[in-house]
Design a protein around this ligand. Structure first.
Ligand SMILES: N[C@@H](CCC(=O)N[C@@H](CS)C(=O)NCC(=O)O)C(=O)O
Length: 232
C-alpha cells in the first residue's frame, strides 16, 4: 500500500491524487503537520521538506514529477504519452504548470489578502490550534516572502493579472477542438495544469478570466470524470 504524505491545500497534492485515482492505485493519506516539518519529523520521506511525497514499501519518493514517473509502472492507464514528441510536450507543459503557473496561484490566491480569505479555512484546518487571524498573517508573510524572492511578487498586481490572463488564454487555445492538452488521451500535463487552475480559481481575477473561456470548464469536467481528486 502506498502512503501519500500531503498538504491538503497544495496543487501538487491534487495532481498526484488525481494521478493515482486515474490509475486506480490504492493509497492511504498522512496529512503533514506543517509545524513539525521544521523539526525534521518527515525528513526520512521528504528530505527537501516539500510535499507531496510517498512511501512505497521501503522506498520514499518526493517531488510530484518523480512520484508520477514512479507510479507510471503501476496500476491502470497511462500518464506519460507513448509518442516521444507528445511525451516531450507533456513534460514541458507539466513543468510550466509546476514552475510558472504555481507562482501565479501562490501570489494571487495566498499573497493577496482579498483572495486569501476564500482559502483561509482550508489553511487553518492544516494548522490546528492556531487562531485564524494568525494563520492569515503567517500565510501572507510566508508566501509573500517566497513570491518576492521568486520575482512575481515584485510585479504590480495589474501586470500579474495580465500575465495570468495570457496563460489562461493559452490553455483555452490549446484545448480548441481537442479533448486533452497533449495527444488524444489524458496525460500528466492535464493533471498538472488543472491542479494549478483549481488553485487559481480562488483568486477572483483568475476566476473571471477562466469563466470567460469556452473550452476550459468542459475539459475540467472531463478530467474530473476519469481522474477525480477524491474518489467517492
Ligand atoms: N516541485 C515540488 C513542489 C512541491 C511544493 O512546493 N510543495 C509545497 C506546497 S504547495 C511545499 O511543500 N512547501 C513547503 C516548503 O516549501 O517549505 C513538487 O512537484 O512536488
Amino acid at each position: 500500500m502506498i502512503t501519500l504524505y500531503q498538504f491538503k491545500t497544495s496543487p501538487f497534492t491534487e495532481k498526484v491524487r488525481r494521478a493515482m485515482n486515474y490509475k486506480n492505485i490504492a493509497f492511504e493519506v498522512v496529512e503533514v503537520e506543517r509545524a513539525k516539518v521544521g523539526e525534521g519529523k518527515y525528513a526520512d520521506v521528504s528530505p527537501t521538506g516539500k510535499f507531496p511525497c510517498i512511501k512505497d514499501g521501503d522506498q520514499a519518493v518526493w517531488d510530484s514529477t518523480d512520484l508520477i514517473l514512479h507510479i507510471e509502472k503501476m496500476g491502470d492507464n497511462q500518464l506519460v504519452p507513448s509518442d516521444p514528441r507528445a511525451a516531450a510536450l507533456a513534460h514541458a507543459l507539466e513543468d510550466w504548470a509546476d514552475e510558472s503557473l504555481y507562482f501565479y496561484e501562490m501570489t494571487m490566491r495566498l499573497a493577496w489578502e482579498h483572495n486569501l480569505d476564500l482559502a483561509l479555512d482550508e489553511f487553518a484546518a492544516t494548522l490546528p490550534g492556531v487562531p485564524k487571524d494568525q494563520v492569515k498573517e503567517m500565510v501572507l508573510a510566508g508566501v509573500g516572502q517566497i513570491v518576492q524572492a521568486q520575482g512575481l511578487g515584485r510585479k504590480p498586481q495589474a501586470q500579474i493579472v495580465a500575465d495570468a490572463e495570457r496563460h489562461i488564454g493559452a490553455i483555452e487555445a490549446m484545448l480548441a477542438g481537442r479533448d486533452w492538452l497533449v495527444g488524444t488521451a489524458l496525460s500528466y500535463a492535464d493533471l498538472a495544469v488543472i491542479a494549478q487552475l483549481n488553485a487559481l480559481l480562488y483568486a477572483q481575477e483568475a476566476k473571471a478570466a477562466i469563466d470567460k473561456t469556452e473550452n476550459i470548464k468542459p475539459w475540467m469536467a472531463r478530467i474530473d470524470a476519469i481522474a477525480p481528486r477524491d474518489k467517492g
